[in-house]
Design a protein around this ligand. Structure first.
Ligand SMILES: [Zn+2]
Length: 442
């Protein structure tokens, strides 16, 4: 007697919730499902709309959340035709729709994802990503460029990363730490930070390295917080690419170089596509070796800085084949800021003070490293060449040495601490090894 049953009785999967993630270059709609489904997605024009048909499903959620000023979705409606749930998105601009299902994770159950990528933007992004902006030297007046640091907060959007016993999500913590790090970097003359993810949305691992390359990054810093099924696991760690990860990535670059116009930046921005096999592999090997050496050096300074206040998981920098560390031409490191699944570390990671401390340790490591090895034609390289030496007149500078304090520097140069602070816009007494201080006229 099926005909007498209400229609929704045929539906054995419920759409229980919906949400939207707005990224700078795409919009992701997510449907929470009570189980796996079969679906169809297609576009219709005049007017532009996207149609989603889900078999044996019924709607138990409000769709209004999917519409916002910033999203390409102007209006959304649904209808039930027998056991098929049809959802129609009226869209403001032409988009390329894609859909796929996601299996349950720590935070969500079965999901259907619909990605809408504006067509105009996706064509443009073939050569230049909408974000981050290509590197524009802010030190342009001197003809010297800034050192560019790509900050990559892990996870985002549907992917919460690890989740703590108090529901703290890795994706939120690492974004906060990343933003603190950006503040410190941007405040330092000669440096500029680019956020690889700057909101709650998903960026694929491959896209993360592509964005860093487009921003002409000198260093890639991925920020994470660990998770483990046992709450006793604890400690922060710093990671670089393993030998195995490096050689498999070299193979990939060599295999794909004919259809790729990507440059490798490490050896004077050369293109590999016009080189024979031997030359291409030599160039790539040189570049990868230089990047890996740089990665290890900066990683060990940061590891040491973090060990000053944080419990470390291992006494040394660790190695793995993480996908985001595989750029052959950009030194790349990954920092696990602690175990979010450890109640004590979760509590620490949540506090702004600890996040700032973590960011400061990373920043100090970065600036120490680049002081030792500044890239050519950067403001930092030019300052280093001046050697922190005293130059007559107003251009006197001092490069902070280990053991220096503000008052020692002041006495040696015959100026007051207050004048030194003012000339360098320092509030407290904190100075860093490698920092170049302007010495005011006495
Ligand atoms: Zn992570």
């Amino acid at each position: 007697m099926a005909l007498l049953l209400p229609l929704h009785a045929f539906a054995n999967v419920q759409v229980q919730g919906v949400r939207t993630w707005l990224a700078p270059d795409n919009t992701r709609l997510v449907f929470d499902l009570s189980g796996p489904i079969q679906h169809k997605l297609f576009a219709l024009d005049n007017p532009d709309r996207i149609v989603l048909d889900i078999e044996n499903a019924s709607l138990q959620a409000s769709l209004s959340e999917l519409v916002s000023d910033k999203s390409p979705v102007e209006r959304i409606r649904h209808s039930q035709s027998g056991s098929t749930l049809r959802i129609v998105l009226d869209i403001r601009e032409q988009v390329r729709p894609k859909s796929f299902e996601l299996r349950p994770n720590d935070q969500y159950g079965h999901r259907l994802v619909v990605d809408l990528e504006p067509i105009a933007k996706s064509q443009a992004s073939a050569r230049a990503a909408p974000i981050p902006a290509p590197s524009v030297p802010t030190a342009a007046s001197s003809g010297l460029r800034d050192i560019v640091i790509a900050i990559d907060p892990g996870h985002g959007g549907e992917d919460p990363g690890a989740i703590g016993p108090n529901r703290t999500r890795e994706k939120d913590i690492v974004l906060s730490i990343g933003r603190e790090l950006k503040k410190l970097i941007d405040a330092e003359p000669g440096y500029r930070a680019v956020m690889i993810r700057d909101g709650d949305y998903f960026v694929s691992l491959r896209d993360r390295t592509i964005r860093a390359r487009r921003a002409n990054a000198d260093l890639f810093v991925s920020i994470h917080a660990d998770g483990w099924h046992s709450p006793t696991a604890r400690g922060a760690s710093v990671w670089v690419l393993s030998e195995r990860g490096a050689s498999s990535e070299m193979g990939r670059w060599l295999a794909s170089r004919e259809n790729s116009s990507d440059l490798i930046g490490g050896v004077g921005s050369v293109s590999l596509d016009d080189k024979d096999d031997v030359l291409a592999s030599v160039l790539l090997d040189m570049s990868m070796t230089a990047s890996r050496t740089g990665s290890r050096d900066v990683a060990s300074i940061i590891h040491r800085n973090m060990a000053n206040f944080a419990r470390m998981h291992k006494p040394n920098v660790e190695m793995a084949a993480f996908a985001v560390l595989r750029s052959p031409d950009i030194p790349s490191i990954l920092i696990e800021t602690g175990f979010i699944t450890n109640p004590q570390e979760e509590a620490q990671l949540k506090t702004p003070a600890y996040q700032q401390r973590m960011a400061k340790a990373i920043f100090d490591g970065i600036s120490d490293y680049f002081w030792q090895r500044p890239p050519d034609m950067t403001l930092i390289a030019s300052r280093k060449n001046q050697g922190g030496a005293m130059v007559a007149g107003q251009n006197r500078t001092h490069r902070v040495q280990p053991g220096d304090t503000l008052s020692v520097i002041a006495v040696r140069n015959g100026v007051s601490v207050a004048a030194l602070r003012e000339a360098n816009q320092i509030r407290g007494d904190q100075i860093r090894v490698g920092q170049v201080l302007r010495i005011p006229a006495s």
